[in-house]
Design a protein around this ligand. Structure first.
Ligand code: V47
Length: 373
């Protein structure tokens, strides 16, 4: 059940370059780099919103998804020092934290409500062994049998493979056996080796990120993909990033959601050199994602990074998912996010309803748990 779709859209483009894009969207044709430039360069924001909303409703009707989840950041100890990160600590830092498996279970048990999903992501900590991760997954699976375990970015998986001298496939297969369901989309940053060399030295190459997702998909693990924008990237870098994701999705159909992440510079080495993207730029990024990634089922407006207000508007620019209640978000809040650390279920529902859509509570694999008509 997808709610009712709005059919065709009736407004017309003021910007002639968007007219070509609109014709392609109407005919179900694929957009190319030129169309993507037209979208990013356009000021015809109402038309762009209507176009992306039309595409979103073709795919998902009037439903907008959310989940009751918790983010677990099991360690902030990280052996790489990305220029965008305010969360990572060296292992001797006084505020270095690593959670034991018991602490993770206690944190999940404290929720006071049944969780649909746990989202697990952490730093690259050289002192944790493979069994730590496997027992984390096993314990969560045993204690919360129906929860979706969305855990470990491709960056973490690559690091584990190197650290433990195992193949990526082998690391992932061991995790699935212990209870892993899906993987989050983090670590993609910008799929450009030039940008990775400048801002993300020590992280896997763009090809390694892509290959890890290809392997995950071949093992039946559905994954998400992110893109961190608002630092040193150009529009060409953004379009190239989307192109690489679209082409892997053509091959595997293993991606569930694309999540554009807005860079927050506070307390990072880039604090004084970048300007945060404007509200309109954030909306264009959502619209571009919905229109360009025609083979991705879902586009997520991540309220933590967008703010609650922009998230609601993003639902009219192609987004059909707002992530979840989260509990306590740490990565973006270390970098100056002013959004709450988490939201209640009733707040998620009212954000979606207030924007004119139908809230659908989902698990981490998009199985609908409840529709709030
Ligand atoms: O990979 C790090 C980003 C990501 C900053 O898959 C920053 O459903 C902004 O991937 N400002 C982790 N972003 C979070 C992530 C994610 C979030 C929500 C949903 C999903 C999903 C995935 O956060 C990292 C990095 O790209 N990040 N520092 C910062 N200062």
């Amino acid at each position: 059940m997808k709610g009712q779709s709005s059919g065709d859209f009736s407004i017309h483009a003021v910007d002639p370059s968007l007219q070509t894009v609109a014709e392609k969207v109407r005919q179900g044709l694929r957009l190319d780099a030129r169309d993507a430039h037209a979208i990013l360069g356009s000021r015809d924001i109402h038309f762009l919103g209507a176009l992306a909303d039309y595409k979103k409703q073709q795919l998902n009707g009037r439903l907008v998804y959310f989940t009751v989840n918790k983010q677990i950041n099991y360690t902030n100890v990280c052996s790489v020092h990305c220029q965008v990160c305010a969360y990572a600590k060296s292992k001797h830092a006084p505020d270095a934290v690593t959670m034991s498996v018991e602490e993770i279970i206690a944190e999940l048990s404290r929720s006071g409500q049944e969780l649909d999903e746990v989202h697990i992501v952490g730093g690259l900590n050289p002192d944790l062994n493979y069994e730590y991760y496997r027992s984390m997954l096993r314990e969560i699976r045993t204690r919360f049998p129906s929860i979706t375990i969305k855990a470990f970015t491709a960056t973490e998986i690559n690091y584990f493979a190197k650290l433990y001298g195992r193949e990526v496939r082998d690391v992932l297969a061991g995790f699935v056996e212990a209870g892993l369901n899906t993987m989050p989309g983090g670590g993609a940053e910008l799929l450009s080796d030039t940008i990775r060399a400048r801002l993300f030295r020590g992280k896997e190459s763009k090809d390694a990120w892509i290959t890890t997702h290809r392997i995950a998909h071949s093992l039946g693990i559905k994954t998400n993909a992110t893109m961190l924008y608002g630092h040193i990237e150009t529009d060409d870098d953004i379009i190239d990033h989307l192109e690489q994701l679209r082409s892997l999705q053509d091959e595997t159909h293993g991606f569930l959601t694309f999540v554009p992440l807005t860079f927050h510079p506070v307390h990072t080495p880039l604090e004084n050199t970048v300007t945060t993207p404007s509200g309109l730029r954030k909306l264009k990024m959502i619209a571009l994602a919905r229109l360009y990634l025609d083979n991705f089922p879902h586009i997520k407006a991540y309220w933590v990074m967008l703010s609650e207000g922009i998230t609601q508007v993003a639902l009219h620019f192609g987004a059909d998912d707002i992530d979840g209640t989260i509990g306590q978000e740490r990565v973006t809040h270390a970098a100056g996010a002013s959004t709450p650390a988490g939201l209640t279920i009733s707040k998620m529902i009212s954000m979606i309803r207030d924007a004119g859509y139908v809230p659908a509570q989902r698990n981490g694999e998009y199985k609908v748990i409840k529709i709030y008509q």
